[in-house]
Design a protein around this ligand. Structure first.
Ligand SMILES: Nc1nc2c(c(=O)[nH]1)N[C@H]1C(S)=C(S)[C@@H](COP(=O)(O)O)O[C@H]1N2
Ligand SMILES: [Mo]
Length: 297
């Protein structure tokens, strides 16, 4: 049951949607459960933070479709519904719908694959993965959120005081070193190159700093161009290893000036029982024999 409907229903088939002027944009999609907020921590970079991807998406700005239908002044939200068994449904503020939201039909130049939402998917650049509704079949325009299962019992964070943080849409700035990372091994002493990815749901990455001493001192990594808004940005940084123990980590900063926090920072603000939106610094430990393991205690 959706309350507060404010639009006249209008049906589009996919071929009609493909007649509207199209756009192609490169964006990441990341599950807000990436990585988990609590132990046990994963062993590898993929286990820790693998629920993120970046692709070129092609489709129609949602704004174009809403303006075509005619948007009521009372419209404050949309409630978007998927055609899967769960009818996955999420509410999206109208500001996002009129900004960079899209209804997409292609990914990396081919039609969406079945598992990515064929024939249509809602793309909300920078917003948590769950809201990017696959197999999109219906959009209700409303004056209030739907308070659906996925934005009440799921995808909310219980705070230390017992209240839940809800509608935490944006994926905040983070980074991840992918080489060297958990389960890999340095096989020679000398100069090495750290590699990783950084991204922010608020826009472009402006800096990534790296540390080899557990965050006591930091130096800048080199960012690979092009640096796109709300897209994965590759970084690299040189470091030396001569058989001593190192704790390597990276810290990203985005164009809003926001600095990727430590896990302790997040715990100080949110407590220990959260589930989603862990964008904290991920440490990797290099042992005296070159083995790399998760640096989280
Ligand atoms: N209709 C529908 N859309 C969905 C889901 C779903 O179960 N049903 N899963 C969501 C979740 S939880 C995430 S993290 C992303 C994953 O997108 P990907 O498979 O392209 O990485 O899709 C979202 N869209
Ligand atoms: Mo997810």
């Amino acid at each position: 049951m959706i309350h507060g409907l404010v639009a006249t229903p209008m049906l589009f088939d996919v071929d009609e949607i493909r007649q509207f002027p199209a756009q192609s944009r490169i964006h990441f999609i990341e599950c807000s459960g990436n990585p988990k907020y609590v132990a046990p921590w994963g062993k590898t970079a993929a286990e820790v933070s693998g629920l993120v991807s970046c692709a070129e998406w092609t489709g129609v700005p949602l704004k174009t479709l809403l303006e075509h239908v005619g948007l009521d002044a009372k419209a404050k939200w949309i409630v978007a519904e998927g055609a899967d068994g769960a009818s996955m449904t999420r509410s999206v503020p109208i500001e996002k719908c009129l900004d960079d939201a899209m209804v997409v039909y292609s990914q990396n130049g081919e039609r969406l694959r079945p598992e990515q939402g064929y024939p249509l998917r809602l793309l909300l650049p920078g917003f948590e993965g769950n809201m990017n509704i696959k197999w999109l079949r219906r959009i209700h325009v409303t004056d209030q959120p739907g308070y659906t299962k996925e934005e009440t019992s799921k995808y909310t964070d219980l705070m230390a005081d017992g209240r839940a943080r809800a509608f935490s849409f944006v994926m905040e700035c983070k980074s991840l070193i992918t080489y060297p990372s958990g389960s890999q091994c340095l096989t020679r002493k000398g100069s090495h190159e750290m590699k990783g990815i950084a991204w922010s749901g608020h826009g472009k990455i402006t800096h990534v700093d790296v540390s080899t001493d557990g965050g006591n001192s930091w130096y800048p990594a080199v960012l690979q161009t092009p640096i796109l808004s709300k897209a994965l940005t590759a970084f690299r940084a040189q470091f030396d290893w001569h058989g001593e123990e190192l704790m390597i980590m990276s810290r990203a900063i985005d164009e809003t000036g926001y600095v990727q926090p430590t896990l302790q920072h997040l715990i100080d603000v949110r407590g220990k029982v959260s589930t989603y939106h862990n964008n904290s610094i991920q440490p990797w430990k290099i042992s005296s024999t070159g083995e790399v393991t998760n640096g989280r205690a």
